[in-house]
Ligand binder design. Structure first.
Ligand SMILES: NC(=O)c1ccc[n+]([C@@H]2O[C@H](COP(=O)([O-])OP(=O)(O)OC[C@H]3O[C@@H](n4cnc5c(N)ncnc54)[C@H](OP(=O)(O)O)[C@@H]3O)[C@@H](O)[C@H]2O)c1
Length: 323
């Protein structure tokens, strides 16, 4: 069980491991010829660790392969921003409940290796791939990363989880930082969503979940740059949902809106005494919302009521609040 840098393209590796992509892999772009690599490809680093080893897959109840065709073709779950605490806990839940192929995408190879190793221990029959991407705001690199992921096997479920939070006042003083916040929290998740949704719609199935935030519901002085990025994601997902519904597609697109949650992102707020939901509870709620195919889910659910009040407060009252 060794994790290795993969020099050959993923599609070739899938072929080597004897796994037959379910469908549509042929539609994925071919790997560049040696010497003709595109710049986006150069920015991607790919590693794989397939912990199952054998072809015999078991479901949680222990049924052998052949009893259910689905078991021969375990779900392929792609997680973007896989080093996020929320994403990591979702990955654990998905990996533990059935044999899965999971592709983890993030910036740091070291952090990805740690998470992949942990999943391997928790779910020895899972096939874990990792893919690092240096710039999450490079449209060509995003397209390439999703194409590489899809080439392994069509993706049944994609979770897009990355995001960044800085002090609002710093964004006001530093436009480059403000731009990065808007790009990482808004444009980048939208582009990943587009890249997965197009392939899923073409394949005729799939579930896409993007983590937004309650902060996207109404701009407020404490975090409006972050909130604006999340608001962009909300509008994008709304349009995507309309497009899929109008086309009669079975693809489901879910916007997750967490409230304050105990993760590294909110370490400062926690230290200052803010109340947070546990990351375990939030991850479980995300998994439930995706299972149910909800269009939108506040997690924990009480935030639906809190945000309904905040969204509907008249400006003459809201603008006097220190929030
Ligand atoms: N925690 C909360 O209270 C809360 C509330 C509402 C919404 N959310 C949202 O929930 C999602 C998951 O966050 P989390 O709470 O699990 O936080 P987290 O553990 O701090 O994870 C943040 C993730 O975003 C990635 N990231 C940060 N800056 C990036 C950049 N410039 N480019 C690419 N990736 C970047 C991190 O990658 P590295 O490992 O490379 O840094 C990491 O994967 C985020 O979208 C966040 O906005 C969080």
């Amino acid at each position: 069980m060794t994790e290795h840098k993969q020099d050959t393209p993923p599609a070739q590796n899938a072929a080597k491991s004897g796994e037959a992509p379910k469908q549509a892999a042929a539609a994925a772009p071919q790997a560049p010829e040696p010497g003709k690599e595109k710049s986006a490809w150069d920015k991607l680093h790919y590693a794989s660790c397939t912990s199952g080893g054998g072809a015999r897959l078991l479901n949680p109840a222990g049924a052998a392969d052949g009893e259910d065709d689905e078991m021969l073709h375990p779900q392929h779950i792609a997680i973007v921003g896989a080093t996020s605490a929320m994403a990591e806990h979702c990955a654990r839940l998905w990996a533990e409940r059935a044999p899965q192929r999971i592709t983890l995408i993030a910036r740091s190879a070291e952090r990805l290796a740690r998470i992949a190793g942990d999943l391997r221990v928790r779910a020895p029959q899972a096939a874990i791939e990792t893919l690092t991407l240096a710039d999450f705001c490079d449209a060509a690199a995003i397209e390439e990363a999703v194409a590489r992921t899809w080439a392994l096997a069509p993706v049944d479920l994609a979770l897009i989880a990355h995001g960044m939070l800085t002090e609002q006042e710093d964004c006001q003083k530093d436009l480059a930082l403000a731009r990065e916040m808007l790009m990482v929290n808004g444009v980048s998740p939208a582009l990943f969503a587009e890249a997965f949704a197009g392939r899923m719609q073409q394949a005729g199935s799939g579930a896409l979940a993007v983590i937004g935030s309650v902060a996207g519901d109404r701009g407020r002085k404490a975090n409006y740059t972050y909130g604006a990025g999340k608001g962009l994601v909300e509008r994008y997902m709304q349009g995507l949902q309309h497009r899929l519904a109008y086309a009669g597609s079975d693809v489901r697109a879910t916007l997750i809106k967490p409230g304050p949650t105990d993760t590294p992102m909110t370490a400062k707020q926690k230290a200052a005494g803010a109340r947070m939901a546990s990351v375990e509870a939030v991850a479980a709620a995300i998994v439930r919302a995706v299972d149910a195919g909800k269009a939108q889910a506040y997690v924990p659910g009480r935030w639906a009521l809190i945000m309904a009040v905040i969204r509907n407060l008249p400006s003459c009252i809201f603008n006097r609040l220190n929030v």
